[in-house]
Design a protein around this ligand. Structure first.
Ligand code: PMT
Length: 403
């Protein structure tokens, strides 16, 4: 159910409705009277293929049951854009229009995306309404800071449809098979400083790790994403812990893994770092430097030690990026690092491994099973990994950290 109120940002709600319909959602729209000044019901009917309702329907022949039917049928009520007035009505529980009575009748989770002038958003009355709604379990997305219709700059812009869509995806998947489980995912290549302006790193973009985080969220998990990545959109609902070096990643992983059900190490962790990072920029006038390297901690080996003591995480998944002897090398890492299973990743092909959007992997289990997957998107690989995590978690023999 999408509620649209009277803001200039109402046009973005049509894009949101269109994206939701394309993703397979059945979107019923309710426009407030003010919303119809900015956009027509026909726009929403055209992009969703379903009825869009206005207050005329409230007073029509279906009126005595319409809002109850709409409210009960909804899996999620999204109000976007929500004006200061609509926020106030939702907070007070006013039922003087179709959106108000439907919100009162709805028993589903509610997501609100405010849009208004910065001063109106900052007003104590609006802030009290936001706090009241939050206290009742309503989720907010935005508003974002930026240029506003009034010419002012500040918080008040409606979040982008893709951002709202991410929150919707998160809220609709809370009851999935990993509900109540915590999944820790690592992503990206670690950066090992040489001096204040240079570092050693590798070609990992973080795409595969981010896809695993999204797949775990889609399965209902709480996700802690420990990553070195700057440029990728964070999957909605993931708790992000940014790190740079292997040592920082090791510290973050060990802390998070102690209370986690699952760890998926998709990050490309540098095995070596400069033994001593220079305090000042190394000048070329000083001649070609010699870099002495020191070994980084092996994070998965440290996790295996901790897991023996704590019994957590129940499932530990490693990746193996290989150019030669894929299965032999992956099998040896699977055993040496004490994993539940490993994702053997042939990174020698141009369409798989680092940076590209596709991947080709073989899953190898500690008890001898294997699954060879064809070339597929990193999102599909991630789904397969999470499917396998579910199978391992579902087997009592794997529930007590004995792999
Ligand atoms: O990020 P993308 O561009 O999407 O690319 C994806 C990927 C190729 C990086 C990913 O699919 C992948 O294969 N990640 C693992 C890369 C790697 O470092 O593999 P490895 O064989 O060096 O390490 C084996 C396992 O040990 C990995 O799970 C790694 O995270 C872990 N490791 C490695 C070194 C170290 N010091 N500590 C570790 O825990």
């Amino acid at each position: 159910m999408l509620g649209v109120s009277g803001s200039i940002a109402a046009y973005k709600a049509a894009d949101l409705a269109s994206k939701l319909a394309q993703a397979g959602a059945q979107v019923d729209t309710i426009l407030t009277r003010a919303a119809t000044q900015f956009i027509t019901p026909l726009t929403f009917q055209s992009v969703t293929g379903r009825r869009a309702y206005t207050d005329d329907d409230l007073w029509g022949s279906e009126a005595h049951v319409l809002h109850i039917g709409l409210g009960h049928a909804a899996d999620l009520l999204v109000v976007a854009p929500a004006t200061a007035h609509t926020l106030a009505k939702l907070a007070q529980g006013l039922g003087d229009d179709l959106l108000g009575v439907t919100a009162l009748a709805a028993t589903c989770p509610v997501l609100v995306a405010p849009a208004m002038d910065a001063g109106m958003y900052a007003h104590p009355a609006t802030q009290a309404n936001v706090a009241a709604l939050r206290g009742r379990g309503v989720t907010f997305v935005g508003p974002e800071a930026g240029h506003l219709a009034s010419g002012l700059v500040g918080p008040g812009r409606l979040s982008e449809p893709a951002t709202i869509l991410g929150q919707i995806r998160y809220l609709l998947t809370r009851g999935g098979p990993l509900a109540g489980r915590t999944v820790v995912v690592t992503a990206g290549g670690t950066r090992e400083p040489v001096d204040p302006v240079r570092y050693l790193t590798n070609r990992s973009s973080g795409k595969q790790g981010y896809a695993v985080a999204q797949a775990a969220l889609d399965a209902g998990a709480e996700v802690i994403l420990i990553s070195t990545v700057d440029g990728l959109p964070l999957p909605a609902g993931a708790q992000h812990q940014p790190v740079e070096t292997a040592q920082q990643m090791a510290d973050a992983v060990l802390a998070a893994a102690a209370a986690a059900d699952v760890l998926v190490m998709a990050a490309a962790v540098a095995d070596f770092r400069p033994a001593q990072a220079a305090d000042h920029k190394i000048k070329k006038e000083s001649g070609v430097p010699t870099l002495e390297l020191a070994a980084n901690p092996d994070i998965l080996l440290a996790v295996a030690d901790q897991r023996r003591a704590l019994g957590r995480p129940k499932v530990v998944v490693g990746f193996a990026a290989e150019t030669d002897d894929l299965l032999k090398n992956a099998q040896s890492k699977l055993e040496r690092k004490g994993l539940s299973f490993i994702v053997a990743n042939d990174v020698s092909a141009a369409d798989a491994g680092f940076a590209v959007d596709t991947n080709r992997v073989v899953l190898l289990g500690v008890d001898g099973w294997s699954e060879t997957l064809p070339l597929m998107s990193k999102a599909d690989v991630a789904e397969k990994v999470i499917e396998r995590v579910l199978r391992v978690l579902g087997e009592p023999a794997h529930m007590d950290a004995d792999r």
